[in-house]
Design a protein. Structure first.
Length: 62
């Protein structure tokens, strides 16, 4: 995966986690103190990084 894949995974994981947290708060009335597991978002983000990582770095021109 390399350092680029790790950075893309963390970036995509943060985006997915934020989106999941917002959806959970709007849908189920979860509060700001509710713990949300980050692992599942990192797993999905690793797959996104694997398949979309080249596109991601191409958009950043790195």
């Amino acid at each position: 995966v390399g350092w680029r894949g790790a950075l893309a995974t963390i970036f995509f994981g943060a985006l997915l986690g934020a989106a999941g947290g917002i959806l959970a708060m709007r849908k189920g009335g979860e509060g700001l103190k509710t713990a949300i597991p980050f692992g599942p978002y990192l797993c999905v983000a690793a797959l996104l990084s694997r398949y979309l990582g080249g596109w991601f770095w191409g958009m950043l021109s790195i």
